[in-house]
Design a protein around this ligand. Sequence first.
Ligand SMILES: [Zn+2]
Length: 264
Amino acid sequence: MRIGDIEILPVLDGTGVEVAAEILSRPGVEDPWSCHLEHVEADGTLRLPLGGFCVRTGDRVVLVDAGVGAFDDGKYVGGGLLDSLAGYGIAAGDVTDVVFTHLHFDHIGWATHEGEVVFPRAAYRAHRADWEFFVAGENAQPSAVDKLSPLGPRLELFDADFTVAPGVDALHVPGHTPGSTVYVVSSAGRRAILLGDVAHSVVQLSERDWRVIWDVDPEAASAVRNRFADEVADTDDVLVAAHFPQMRFGRVVTVGGPRRFIAV
Ligand SMILES: [Zn+2]
């Protein structure tokens, strides 16, 4: 995807498989997936791409999220992120910045590998609220502690919105997790919004009230999701999330019908 002078490349690491009805539901509706069968496999599972997005702006190479890593638990399988980058001619040493939308295990996998920093030249940044929730707090998750602790002081924590690189802005949108952050890429009057896990399925952009089981604050997460979907509706701005099918960008359209996501 090209936004003005900036290029955004989907970087696939692997795939996760979940039973659709177990992770995404619509309150008060018995079988909401029956109206959206095109988004689920015949066996009722949802295939979730795992990975991140590489943003090339000027001389900066910004990786937004780092996939699940060299990992296989039968449901989530990763390992391809560095090869995906290499396919674009990008080596680990070329990456200047690594930023995270949040610190769930499927977004931090290549932060480090076996205790070693994967992107040796990169500045790493994450929102302080997620660090406190997933790494430093009493309910810390071992996956986050293992992957992020080896970064030591190389990981900078932020607690205010900031500009990551020219045309790439970090925007704090708590809900899915306390430190959830979207990255807004802007150039030449157009925008692409990298949603992180503000949405797990494109259905959540069409319908207003679907919920995923992993939202720490479902009400806030829903408000954030609808805010972005409404904000970009019927404009040239595009949205994307790592877990969207084929990691494809899309527009939100309301003309001639209900709000819906159309891949571009
Ligand atoms: Zn995720």
